[in-house]
Design a protein around this ligand. Structure first.
Ligand code: SF4
Length: 342
């Protein structure tokens, strides 16, 4: 079992202390006896401990910065939602393939934003623009928000905020089992709580620092019992020796653990493994011993966002993935909705 995240080092932006959550968090961390340093900006943490890149990277992933979200313009978040809602950036997990390694570049430390009401106000404005159409907000585009929420309870506030909203819905995904404080949130069915799952081989070799499959499934059962709409993202779908059996076991486990009522109104999303050339460089620097297969010659090249090409599986492999995993979903979860494969 992975323990709930406790940072080793805290940074705080002085202005964060003007917000109730900022004050509360710093008082809590002082009480816990943690080292707290000041920083003028959450974008400029330069003096992290460590003698080389390897150590600094790992220390950064144990560092929490309490700051303010200045940009309140939300990014789009296709295909799972209209907008990404930014409560935090960064993650304490060590998934070898994680795209945050590239998007966060030299700033792998974790940031939590305390101006939550301002973020809600911005969300409200986006909802108004689209009303009466619903607007979906994705809270896990730049972090695994559940992983730090036992400290901040920001996500819990967000769940309750959207629980009261007329035109908004919230979604997020996690690889962590630390969901207990979220079970009594007044979600009113307006938050879809998703777990990222994978087969045992992938979790064992590529997802250190996250909850194991059984623990994620146990948490999913609790979430379903708390009445949340539930979903699973199978990602990244990765072809390895005996992958068909690995995924079969995963779906069998899920089927036998989920009570019948939880298998209704269930969603699945499927995302194949992909990488870009810059991501490959970063992965090999951060996790030099990784077994992750990153051979461009075995993949199909596809245009990606910002003109950076990505390497995905060949068309034949993609068809095989869709047929195999789609078949398991049909067999074990005939009432579920497969939202997309990408
Ligand atoms: Fe990245 Fe998610 Fe793993 Fe965190 S849990 S390192 S966000 S893939």
């Amino acid at each position: 079992m992975v323990k709930p995240f406790i940072p080793k080092l805290i940074y705080v932006e002085p202005r964060a202390l003007e917000y109730p959550l900022g004050k509360e968090l710093i008082a809590k961390f002082e009480h816990m006896g943690m080292e707290i340093r000041e920083t003028t900006s959450h974008n400029q943490i330069r003096n992290l401990p460590g003698e080389n890149h390897f150590q600094k990277y790992r220390n950064a992933k144990s560092t929490l910065v309490v700051g303010i979200r200045k940009t309140l313009k939300f990014d789009t978040s296709k295909p799972s939602a209209e907008y990404a809602i930014p409560f935090a950036t960064g993650c304490m997990g060590h998934c070898h393939y994680c795209y945050l390694q590239t998007t966060m570049g030299s700033k792998p430390y974790i940031r939590t934003y305390v101006n939550v009401d301002e973020i809600f106000d911005a969300a409200e404005a986006y909802m108004k623009e689209r009303a009466p159409e619903l607007t979906r907000f994705e809270a896990s585009c730049t972090s695994d928000i559940v992983g730090i929420d036992h400290l901040t309870h920001t996500l819990k506030k967000a769940i309750e905020f959207f629980g009261k909203s007329k035109y908004g819905k919230l979604r997020f995904v996690t690889k962590f089992e630390h969901v207990d404080h979220l079970l009594n949130a007044e979600h009113n069915g307006r938050t879809r709580f998703r777990f990222s799952i994978n087969d045992d081989y992938i979790i064992k070799y590529f997802e250190p620092g996250t909850s194991r499959l059984n623990e994620r499934i146990n948490a999913a059962v609790k979430v379903a019992e708390a009445g949340y709409p539930l979903g699973f993202i199978v990602a990244p779908i990765y072809i390895h020796d005996d992958w068909k059996n690995g995924y079969h076991e995963m779906f069998e486990k899920l089927r036998s653990a989920l009570p019948a009522f939880a298998r209704k109104n269930l969603t699945f999303e499927m995302i194949q493994h992909r990488f870009t050339k810059p991501a490959k460089r970063v992965i090999q620097e951060n996790y030099p011993m990784t077994k992750l297969e990153l051979n461009e010659a075995k993949r199909k090249w596809k245009w990606g966002r910002y003109g950076i090409g990505k390497y995905v599986y060949t068309d034949k492999e993609q068809e095989e993935i869709k047929d195999t995993l789609g078949g398991y979903i049909q067999r074990y979860f005939p009432e579920a909705k497969l939202e997309y494969f990408t």
